[in-house]
Design a protein around this ligand. Structure first.
Ligand SMILES: *Cc1c(COP(=O)(O)O)cnc(C)c1O
Length: 232
């Protein structure tokens, strides 16, 4: 693609197509630009086209970007693994955290959220495939954790997030998202006021939309493929 605008335009029309195909309203699906490894100028190019939600994974990389882009009215979401000693900077710099997976981190985010800010929006990340190397709470720990997180005054529990292992098969993608959607509905039935199902990347957002995604997190399909990590 030569036109810088075509990434966002093309993606928006794919989102709308998928939404109509599965009986969803395109307006009910928010687009988060996953901007890890992307420069400030790449972010500004998307912002100039109306993209407002951005997600970062690595605090050390994110903080200078957030500082540089203060004043652009972008909404910053933290979507990476959380080290509890980084909770203070995450709680003060971001509007959302999608990757909360244990109560200790919830307690810290709550303690460090500055009182003049609105509550920090949080999603609990669930490890659907129970892969030991992946972050995320297990489905069996989820009800207890969700209830505990919902009690913190400076946090607002919005929903659930998952990042299933990449899989090229559409029906298998749907199957794992459906498990999360089921857990989401059970928590709502139990009285938690949740509105966010944060699922879907460049590889599987159409399956996520089919299963009720309200927020999709897209990197490569917006910015182009990430350069491979160089060793050392
Ligand atoms: C990088 C990332 C994405 C986006 O992945 P792409 O394949 O580039 O669309 C989504 N969610 C999380 C948590 C990520 O780290």
């Amino acid at each position: 693609m030569t036109d810088e605008g075509s990434g966002l335009e093309a993606l928006r029309s794919r989102i709308a197509d998928a939404a109509w195909r599965y009986g969803r309203s395109p307006g009910a699906i928010s687009l988060l630009a996953a901007s890890k490894t992307r420069s400030v100028s790449e972010i500004l190019r998307l912002a100039a086209q109306g993209q407002r939600l951005f997600g970062e994974n690595y605090l050390q990389e994110a903080l200078p970007k957030l500082r540089t882009l203060t004043g652009y009215l972008l909404e910053w979401h933290f979507i990476g693994a959380i080290q509890s000693n980084k909770a203070a900077e995450i709680a003060s710099g971001f509007s959302w955290v999608h990757s909360l997976d244990r109560q200790k981190v919830a307690a810290r985010l709550n303690d460090y959220r500055l009182p003049h800010l609105t509550a920090l929006n949080v999603c609990i990340q669930v490890n659907l495939s129970a892969e030991p190397t992946k972050s995320g709470a297990s489905l069996s720990d989820l009800p207890g954790l969700a209830k505990a997180v919902s009690q913190y005054p400076c946090l607002r529990l919005r929903g659930l997030m998952a990042l299933p292992a990449p899989c090229g098969d559409f029906s298998q993608q749907r199957q794992s998202f459906r498990e999360l959607a089921q857990a989401f509905h059970e928590l709502r039935a139990a009285g938690l006021d949740l509105d966010t199902l944060s699922i879907g990347t460049s590889e599987d957002f159409e399956a996520a939309i089919a299963e009720g995604a309200t927020l999709i997190r897209i990197g490569a399909a917006l910015f182009g493929a990430r350069p491979p990590k160089t060793p050392g």
